[in-house]
Design a protein around this ligand. Sequence first.
Ligand code: SAM
Length: 239
Amino acid sequence: MNWHTRYLQQAEWTRNLRTYLFEKAGLADACRVLEVGCGTGAVLREIKSPASLHGLDLEPASLAECRIHASAASLTRADAHLLPYADKSFDIVYCHFLLLWVRNPLQVVREMARVGRTVLALAEPDYNQRVDEPAALKQLGKWQTEALVRQGANPSFGARLAETFYQAGIQLTETGPIQSAEKKRSAEEWENEWAVIEADLAESVSGEDIQKMKVLDENARKSDERVLHVPTYFAWGKS
Ligand SMILES: C[S@@+](CC[C@H](N)C(=O)[O-])C[C@H]1O[C@@H](n2cnc3c(N)ncnc32)[C@H](O)[C@@H]1O
C-alpha cells in the first residue's frame, strides 16, 4: 500500500475548501503554522507561505516520507493528545483526516486550541451517512466502515466535529459539510482505492466475496451508475 498516493488522492478532494479556508484564516499573514497528524505531507507540502511550517505525527515512517515531500517543514514525532509546544505558539493549527483516528478527539482539539490562535479541522468523515449506489454495493460500504472500527477509528466522528469545537472552547467561525462535486474516478484512482479496500477487508471478508464486489463496482463505474458519497465535515474558529 502506497499511503502517500492515497493521502494525495484524499487531499485532492478537499483542495478547493482548503484554499478558501486558509485564505480566510489569514495564512498569508501567518508566521507559524502547524499540521497535527501530518502523515506523509500530502497537505503540508503544498502550503505556499512565508510562515515557518511545522508538522507533527506519531508514525516515524510517515515522518520520514514527509521529510521528502515537505522538506521546508520542521517535523516532530509526538502524540497529538499532548502537543510539545508552548501556549499560543502558532497562528494557525490545522488537521486533515486526523480526529477520527485519535483516542480522544476532544483532548486533541483542546491541545490544538491551546497552542494555536486559529484552529481548523479540514476534513472529518461520517461513514454512517455513506451513500452507495447501486444498492448491491451497500454491503461494501458496511464492510469498509466495520474495517475502520477494527483499525481503531471512529468512522462517524465527522458528525460530532462542531460539537467538539464548542466543547474545546473554540469560537466557531464556520462549519459544515464539504461541498465537493463527486468526480468520476480515473482507472488509476479506482485501482488505488481498491488496493486500500482489499488491504482493509483481507482479514474479515473472503477473497471470493471481495472479488465479486470489485466486479460489481467496476461494472457500475463503467456504466456510470456508481455513486459513492461519504459526507465529510470541516470546522474552524478562534481559540
Ligand atoms: C489519515 S492520516 C492523514 C495524514 C495527513 N493529515 C493527510 O491528510 O494526508 C492520519 C495521520 O494521523 C496520524 N495520527 C494518528 N493518531 C495520532 C496521534 N495520536 N498523534 C499524532 N498523529 C497521529 C497517523 O500517524 C497518520 O499519519
